[in-house]
Design a protein around this ligand. Structure first.
Ligand code: GLC
Length: 507
């Protein structure tokens, strides 16, 4: 980096604080300290995963840590669901007490290293010895404890990051605590906060009366967190952080509109000057058809022949007739924003074609029942698997031909990237990260896309995909194109580094 000087501005976020005077910075690159990034998130692969957030926190820090000028660390809650295999690899650093409202809570600190990244786990059995990660009546308190612990462990672990990178509402309070309580302490005053929205639907909304008592934040700061008559942690983090981002450029635009913002559009628009969209990547080593042990046979973009074995074995395993018809697959949470109404409207039309349909996922009971019933009615043509199964998902990604993802909204979406990597051609709606990652075949792209939330538009492009499938040379070229599209973190990690630099220079 040629420019090492920081802006000479002296800025502070709140009127009651003394202005912050910038630290002098060394001009000698040989003694320039490493850029310190602390990730704060509620899940990360391989330790604990319920969704796409875990994929990101399990791979972006590692991608950044490949740069020797970066010191990347991650803090997670010590859930009881973290497997003993991982626990055995951790060491116990000690414990501290964390103030939360009027109480002081025990906080054990564990650590382990993984691919150049230091992970910390904050332990309190009262909060985290439960099955799963979320869905408890006291989630607000649980993640307030988590966020406050992050702030409190910094002196204990002797690490004050340049950037506190918080993800989604569960760690929003870390950014809020930093700017309302901790930045008054000299060691914390140079920490900048970056907040990333993975899904704006979940904002962390609570009643106003717990602000002081439970979250331990003075009502002087209520204006920062209050929105629509309640505490809104996502809103608070957006107000407090120096920069915020989301997981695709298109979603960054979409969340400035009422259609996508789940009520937060005014806040997003007001703060749009500090918003960036960066498309996620995937861990291309973990999702690699050339090495993936879960597959019936291995292959790569240059040698796709074995994909046929994956297909035949998948058909046998799912009780579908072994024949050369296109398999259309969906692997999805069964919730409405995944575009399942569109699928419902034309499912029969799709199944009247010479195709097979495979679905894997769990979610809303009504959708589970609908698809179960569809599977029964189209036995031998449709295989419906109401389950969450990592091994089966890999077998479906590799053994299918077409991957259907017609989301109504999709901040980024990782499944379309994984499917592509396994040479399964995506059919997607042009929204969020789907729009940014999949381009239409007609324009020399890597999949099939449709714009409006209209089932017949979707059906039209499915037909386009089925017609192309019949032209085997064209299809082979398209499979190769999908499989060689670069979805690695290399590209996005560079964008994050730019954003960290920008965030760092804001004070
Ligand atoms: C959320 C979003 C998904 C995104 C993932 C990782 O799960 O719904 O679109 O890919 O976060 O950022």
């Amino acid at each position: 980096m040629a420019e090492t000087k920081r802006a000479k501005k002296t800025v502070t976020l709140f009127d009651d604080l003394e202005p912050v005077v910038n630290k002098p910075e060394s001009k000698d690159p040989a003694i320039t300290p490493k850029r310190k990034i602390l990730f704060v998130a509620s899940e990360a692969r391989p330790f604990i995963a319920t969704g796409g957030l875990a994929d990101v926190i399990g791979s972006l820090p590692q991608a950044l840590a490949k740069d020797p000028t970066y010191d990347v660390r991650v803090v997670l809650p010590m859930y009881s669901d973290i497997k003993p295999d991982f626990r055995r690899k951790m060491s116990f650093l000690g414990n501290i007490y964390v103030p939360l409202g009027w109480r002081n809570q025990y906080c054990g600190v564990f650590t382990c290293e993984r691919e150049g990244v230091t992970f910390y786990f904050v332990d309190n059995e009262y909060y985290f010895k439960r099955s799963g990660c979320y869905g408890y009546y006291d989630d607000g308190e649980r993640f307030a404890f988590f966020s406050r612990s992050v702030m409190e462990i910094l002196p204990f672990i002797g690490y004050y990051p340049d950037i506190l990178h918080c993800h989604d509402w569960q760690s929003a309070l870390a950014a809020i605590y930093l700017k309302t309580i901790y930045c008054k302490r000299p060691e914390y005053q140079f920490i900048r906060a970056l907040f990333t929205i993975h899904n704006i639907e979940y904002q962390g909304k609570y009643s106003l009366d717990i602000l002081e008592d439970l979250f331990g934040i003075s009502t002087n700061y209520q204006y920062l967190l209050e929105y629509d008559g309640c505490i809104n942690l996502m809103k608070g983090a957006i107000e407090c952080c120096e920069r915020f981002s989301t997981v695709s450029p298109t979603y960054a635009k979409e969340i400035q509109t009422a259609q996508y913002a789940h009520g937060l559009q005014d806040i997003i628009c007001k703060n749009a000057f500090k918003l960036t969209g960066i498309l996620n990547g995937i861990d291309v080593d973990m999702y690699n058809p050339a090495t993936d042990e879960a597959l019936f046979a291995k292959y790569d973009a240059e040698h796709l022949e074995n994909k046929k074995i994956c297909k035949t074995e998948l058909q046998k395993m799912l009780g579908l007739p072994v024949k050369n018809v296109p398999i259309i697959a969906m692997i999805s949470r069964l919730v409405s924003h995944k575009g399942l109404e569109l699928v419902k409207s034309v499912a029969e039309d799709i199944l009247h074609e010479d195709v097979q349909f495979v679905l894997l996922g769990t979610g809303d009971k009504a959708y589970e029942e609908y698809f179960r019933d569809l599977g029964v009615r189209y036995e031998g043509k449709a295989s419906v698997n109401i389950a969450f199964n990592g091994d089966l998902s890999k077998k479906i990604y590799s053994g299918s031909d077409i991957f259907l993802m017609p989301s109504v909204s999709e901040p980024c979406g990782l499944s379309q990237m994984i499917a592509s990597r396994y040479a399964t051609v995506p059919v997607v709606r042009e929204t969020g990260g789907l729009y940014d990652s999949i381009k239409p075949y007609g324009d020399n792209g890597n999949g099939f896309t449709f714009a409006s939330c209209n089932a017949y538009d979707m059906l039209y492009v499915i037909h386009e995909a089925l017609d192309t499938y019949k032209k085997s040379e064209e299809w082979k070229a398209l499979m190769k194109k999908a499989a060689t599209t670069d979805f690695s973190w290399l590209r996005s990690a560079e964008d994050y580094k730019k954003l960290y630099e920008e965030t760092y220079r804001t004070l």
